[in-house]
Structure formats: C-alpha cells, structure tokens
Design a protein around this ligand. Structure first.
Ligand SMILES: Cc1cc2nc3c(=O)[nH]c(=O)nc-3n(C[C@H](O)[C@H](O)[C@H](O)COP(=O)(O)OP(=O)(O)OC[C@H]3O[C@@H](n4cnc5c(N)ncnc54)[C@H](O)[C@@H]3O)c2cc1C
Length: 405
C-alpha cells in the first residue's frame, strides 16, 4: 500500500481528491489539513442562497462529518500548515507539530484581494466573501434600507448585489473598468447583466474607481469615488478578484508563477507534491492558466486521484461555470481567452439570450443567460470540436439541436 497522502486545504479540490481516491478503492492513509474550523463545504452558495438565508450550513457541506471516519479519512480542522520541509518530507503546523507524507497535495485555494489600509480597507464594515465566516458576518449586515457599496463588477460583486436587492438594501456597485464583467465576458454579456441589475434597482457606475473610504470611529461611513463624488454607506463589499494561495509552495522552492505551476497530472516541480484547484497554474492549449471554478477544482482533483491510483490519463480542462443572480442563471461553457469575434443569439423566451465566442473562426465559448438550450448545445459543440454556421446560429428560428446533427 502507498504511504500517507497529506492534503493541505479542506475545500472543494482537497475533498474531491480524498473522495475520489476512496471511490477508486485506494486504501492509502489520507490526512486532510484544513485551516477553517468547519468540515469541508461548497463556496458558491456563500454569495447566493446561503447569504440570502435560504440554505443552512448542513446543506453546504459535501458530506456529513461521519463520512470521514467511515471512509478512513483523517480530517483535521483548524490545522493551518506553516511550512513544507521537502527534504524531510513533512509539513509543519502552526502549533509546531509535524506530519510526514509520502505524497503531498496542495489544495489551498485563493484569497480575495483587499483594499489597502491607506484607502480605508481596514475600517470595520468592509468585507470580502470567501468563507463561511465572511458570509455569516455579512448576513448580519444585510438589513432592509441599509446602504451597501460594492466595489468590483465581477461575479461575486454582482451576486452579492442581487442578494442585497432581494433583501431590500440600497445598492451602489462601482467598477473601475469600462464595463462590469470586463475581465471575463464580452460587451454583449456585460450589457445584458447590467440591464438586469439596473432593472432591479442597483446603481451601476462603470469607469468609476474608489478614491478612499471614509470612517467614523473606525467604522466605514462614506466613500469618495474617482469622479470626486461622495456617497454615504453603511457597509462595503470588496469583490476585486483573488490571489492564489501559493506562499507555502514558493517558500519550499517549487515553481510558482501566479499560482503553483503543475503539469497535466497535477504534479509540481517536485514529483512528490501535487497542486490543484484555484492555487494551481495548469497547462492549457500551449499556454498556462489558472481556473477559479468548482468544475476545475473537482475535475483536476479527480484526474489527479485517478493517476495516484495507477491511471495514466492527463487532465484536460473542459471549463464550465455558472452564476445565479435574481432569477437569472448565467451558464458559461468553454474559455473565451483571446476571442476575436462574438455573436449574440436571442433566446426563445423573454429575457433569454446567448453570446457565442470565436477565435480564428473556431467556436471557443458560450455565455447563456436563462437559456439552457444554448448552453447545452454550446457545450456539446465545444466537446465535438465543431463550429456552427453563423447564419443559422444567429437566426432565432434555428433549432439548436439541428446544429448538433
Ligand atoms: C463566494 C463564492 C462564490 C463562488 N461561486 C462560484 C460559482 O458560482 N461557480 C463556480 O464554478 N465557482 C464559484 N466559486 C469558486 C469556487 O468556489 C472555487 O473555485 C473553489 O472553491 C476552488 O476550490 P479549492 O479547493 O481550490 O479552494 P477552496 O475551496 O477555497 O479551499 C481551499 C481551502 O484551503 C484552506 N487553506 C489555505 N491555506 C491553508 C494552509 N496553509 N493550511 C491549511 N489549510 C489551508 C483554506 O482555508 C480553504 O478552506 C465561488 C467562490 C466563492 C468564494
């Protein structure tokens, strides 16, 4: 039997790695070391149903606590790993204790970027959303009539805006770039999502940055924006992206470049150490990317488990992502990196539409807004490596199933 696998990080990828190994009947000893004080859980609802108060913590968890003992997985919570000693093959915990490994898996996730203290980032009432504790604190602030400023028009900011409007708060969202979702989507998708938020009463201010937050006795009370205007706020959510948790890897000399560099088998520059999920920088179509999604965390971890259990299949990301805002489901298949052409297809019912991305004539991704048919067809076409005829695609009368035949 193989020696101990130590997994650092008890999140989506860390749990998926352990669960898949056990599903594959791999019996090696497994220890999961997680910095948080709760058992592994999924994060997406933290900015959706959990924040809204429509989902309790039991439904967030991947498995009940009993699963870990039943599957002989040694889960240690509040166990923050400080250091990796590659020569000795052990990790050192915050309390000074060490744990030996034969194989080490880094599934440490990412950390939200914060505002510097110089612009008020350290004031009370300024939040990021990454873990259960953040969401619990935020939930306490979400009361009708309160004034919320959201900094950043990415998915987290937009989802939080939708929750806050649902709960009757006054919401202003500022985005420094020309448009919301600029980093991840085409202008057509930004236009659709902006219109939805405006219809729901969110004040969306693009090309508007933050000059500074103004506090009163250590608590945020106003925000001075880049255009010189000042707005009163009760609390602030900062959603300006994340940084990979690659410090441990960097300190022990692994290759790190905006994430822990891995190959298609999740191996780092030390063959005894794997990395997966948000913290990993992986090979993709001749370049390297980091993917911050549930799909990648699970698929990459499961592919790594299969290799540990004797398989030889490399991991090929097949990206998909979703975001829920109000009654809108945005589903994304593929990866639009480097797109040079887009096509907007109206959906068959009101409020539904899809945006199709092409690079050098090839279909590379689809954003579907309340349009499950477009999402499913787009995903299948991408899997088949096929590019539909533009004229048929842009004609709303075309049955998308026809494009698959
Ligand atoms: C609010 C929110 C909403 C999201 N919504 C979506 C969505 O709709 N769709 C989607 O696809 N994705 C979504 N995501 C992204 C998705 O949740 C992540 O991509 C996924 O959780 C990544 O899994 P991971 O295992 O890499 O990291 P995580 O799940 O973040 O787990 C990493 C764990 O490692 C722990 N850790 C870090 N360092 C150490 C250390 N030194 N020692 C011990 N433990 C450590 C952390 O505390 C954490 O518990 C969302 C994320 C957030 C925060």
């Amino acid at each position: 039997m193989a020696g101990r696998l130590v997994i650092v990080g008890a999140g989506q990828a860390g749990f998926a790695l352990a669960a898949k190994l056990r599903a594959l009947k791999d019996e090696r000893p497994i220890t999961i070391l997680g910095a948080e004080d709760v058992i592994p859980y999924q994060r997406p609802p933290l900015s959706k149903k959990y924040l809204l108060g429509e989902m309790d913590f039991e439904r967030l968890t991947f498995r009940p606590q009993t699963w870990f003992a039943e599957n002989d997985v040694d889960l240690r919570m509040s166990a923050y790993v400080e250091e990796i000693h590659r020569d000795a093959r052990h990790v050192r915990m915050q309390d000074g204790s060490t744990l030996d490994y034969e194989t080490l898996a880094l599934a440490t996730g990412s950390t939200p970027r914060t505002l510097p203290a110089a612009v008020g980032g350290d004031l009370d009432g300024v939040y990021t959303v990454r873990d259960k504790r953040d969401a619990d604190q935020l939930a306490g602030e979400m009361r009708p009539g309160r004034r919320l400023l959201i900094i950043g028009g990415g998915y987290i900011g937009l989802e939080a805006a939708a929750v806050a409007r649902h709960l009757g708060l006054e919401v202003t969202l500022i985005e420094m770039a020309d448009r919301i979702l600029q980093r991840v989507a085409a202008p057509e998708t930004s236009d659709i999502m902006r219109a939805i938020h405006q219809q729901h009463g969110v004040v969306v201010r693009e090309q508007t940055g933050l000059r500074r937050l103004v506090g009163d006795e250590g608590k945020v009370k106003a925000a001075e924006l880049s255009d010189g205007s000042v707005i009163d706020v009760d609390f602030v959510i900062v959603g300006i992206g994340v940084n990979p948790n690659d410090r441990l890897a960097q300190h022990c000399g692994l290759d790190v470049a905006n994430g822990i560099v891995v190959d298609a088998f999740a191996r780092t520059s030390d063959p005894a150490i794997l990395a997966m999920g948000d913290c990993a920088m992986l090979p993709w179509n001749g370049t390297r990317i980091r993917l911050e999604s549930v799909q990648n965390a699970v698929d990459q971890a499961e592919a790594a488990a299969a290799v540990l259990a004797g398989g030889t299949q490399p991991y090929e990301p097949k990206p998909w992502f979703w975001s829920d805002q109000y009654d809108v489901k945005l589903q994304i298949a593929g990866f639009n990196l480097g797109y040079d052409e887009t096509l907007l297809r109206p959906g068959s019912r009101e409020g539904s539409a899809s945006v199709w991305y092409f690079r050098e004539g090839q279909l590379i991704a689809v954003d579907a807004v309340n349009d499950a048919k477009a999402y499913v067809a787009g995903k299948k076409l991408l899997e088949m490596g096929r590019t539909p005829d533009r004229a048929s695609l842009s004609d709303p009368a075309t049955d998308l199933k026809q494009l698959l035949s």
